[in-house]
Structure formats: C-alpha cells, structure tokens
Design a protein around this ligand. Sequence first.
Ligand code: UDP
Ligand code: MG
Length: 320
Amino acid sequence: MEYSQDISIIVPLFNEEESLGELFSWIRKVMEENGFSYEVIFVDDGSTDGSWKVITEIAGQNSNVRGISFRRNYGKSAALFHGFEAASGRVVFTMDADLQDSPEELPEMYRMITVEGWDVVSGWKQHRQDNKVTKNLPSKLYNATARWITGIRLHDMNCGLKAYRNEVVKSIEVYGEMHRYIPYLAKNAGYTRITEKPVHHQKRKYGTSKFGIERFVNGFLDLLSLWFLSTFGKKPMHFFGFTGLLMFLTGFIMTVWIIAAKLINQSAHLKYRAVTDQPLFYLAILTVLLGVMLFLAGFICEMISRNSNERNKYNIKDRL
Ligand code: UDP
Ligand code: MG
C-alpha cells in the first residue's frame, strides 16, 4: 500500500500553549535530520488557553501541519480517535504535547516498525520523571495487573509515545478512556507483534498534569471491561449462562437437601429444625435468585450483541 508520507505524528493536547512551539521545532529538527517526509496532526481537545492560536500559526508556516479543534474537552481518547482517522503516514506516532516525550526516539521506533516488522512499538518510561508516590508506585502495580489480564508483556502500557503500523490504527476504535489500552485493542484486532522501547522521559516543563490519581481506579475498570468484551463480547451467554447455571444448581441442591433432611428426620421422629430456622436456607434462596438473574442478564446481552453492528466484524489479513 502507498502512503503519502513516511510518518504521521499525532499530538493530543489540552491547554499546552507554552509547549507547542518548542515541541514542533524539535520534531521538525529530528525529521529533517533523518530525511523523513512527515505530517504533524495537532488535536486540540477543547483547550481554553491560546493553544489553538499557536497551532494556527504553526500550520500557517508549515504545510505539513494539520489541526483539529474540538468545541469542548472530550478527553485524550477522543483526540486520538480523530488523529488516527486523519493519519496518512506509513508509521503513525502518538506523542504527548507537554515535552515529556522526546522526538529523538522516533527514528529508532520507525526502524523497528518498518525493518523489524513490529505492529506496535510502545514507549517505556524506564526512568520516569513524575511524582514517586502518586504516579510511579501505583503505575507499577497497575501495569502488573494490565500485563496479567491482557497477556501483553509491556512495562508501561499507558506511555503517550507509541508507534503503529498505519493499518493498526485504522483497524481499532479508541473510545471512552481506552487510550490507556491501545496495545490491547491492537492485540484484539489481531496485531500481536507488540514490543516496547525504553524512552527518555522528562519532567513536565510547563503546565500541569491533566490526570489525577482517579486514573488508576477508572483504568482498572476499563481494563475489566475490555477483558470482558474481548473474551465474551460476541458470546455473552457463555459467561452469564455458565456462572448463572452454576449458582442456580448450587442453590437448588442446597434447597432440596435442606427440605429433604427436614422431611426425613420428621418422618423418622428424630429431632429436626424448621426449614425457615436454618440460615443456610436463605443463602440457598439467594443463590438460586442470583443464578436466575445472571441467566436473564445473559439473554439480554445476547440480544444486544445480536443487534451490534460489530457482530460480524472480522479483521481479514489477506485474500486470494
Ligand atoms: N490531554 C488531552 N485531553 C485531556 C487531557 C490530556 O488531550 O482531556 C493531553 C495532554 O495535553 C497531554 C497528554 O494528553 O498532551 C497527556 O496528558 P498529561 O501530560 O497531563 O498526562 P501525564 O503525563 O500526567 O500522564
Ligand atoms: Mg505528561
């Protein structure tokens, strides 16, 4: 496939006016030194400072700079979604606007995609320059969980600096706050050649971080959703039906046993307890009810997935 340039660099940004000029000059310097043809796509995620003005100025002087401006702040995923849609380079990079990621890493990452044949090369902030307690530590824990659930051996799943084969970004759809798991989205779309490269990371020079500690809770919930979708998205009944059946049967057997034990003891004139006097009985009812509810959830999910326009979406590699 022919691409109109070697590289597309997507920069999502929210109130980063001080960094943009510096960032672009640095990108241009690295691109020119290495002789790449490239485009930079700035996606202004509803900034309320002068970011868009700076972008307009840069684009006025450089024909390979494009800009997309959201009317309000939608989040980094929305910005990346539009960037991916617009990207026309052979290799697509994403990069934060705050100068924490270094453009010097791009040539090597480009080589890893085009020569070594990786689908995704994710940056790894090996020596992370952020607050130790609020970011570095939770981040380690979070990445370990992500590795375990996704099966992708990355140290730093959420690094803003990443490179993709163009085809990858056109095959995935980032939404909600799923920008944290793009490698997982890529894997689920069938692109399994995913690796990482240690990258330089710098302290934020201007402005402040846009994400707080809540990212770890929300990030974990999103991870669970993605895991569920990728495992049972097309067959939800296999999840709900199985757990529902298991619970229903357990509860049912408990109930029968409690009633039978009582009747047998009663008819043999032995000491017996009324069914409603046994705490286990209530547990049994609860289990039966939960089982039925899980089953119903399964049917509803099946109807939803039957109506989804993704129900027959498969990523075809080749045709003869
Ligand atoms: N960002 C964005 N929309 C948002 C929040 C952040 O486009 O709603 C951009 C932000 O401007 C930066 C990148 O996403 O370019 C990463 O954000 P930040 O540097 O605040 O994250 P951190 O480095 O603290 O993880
Ligand atoms: Mg940052």
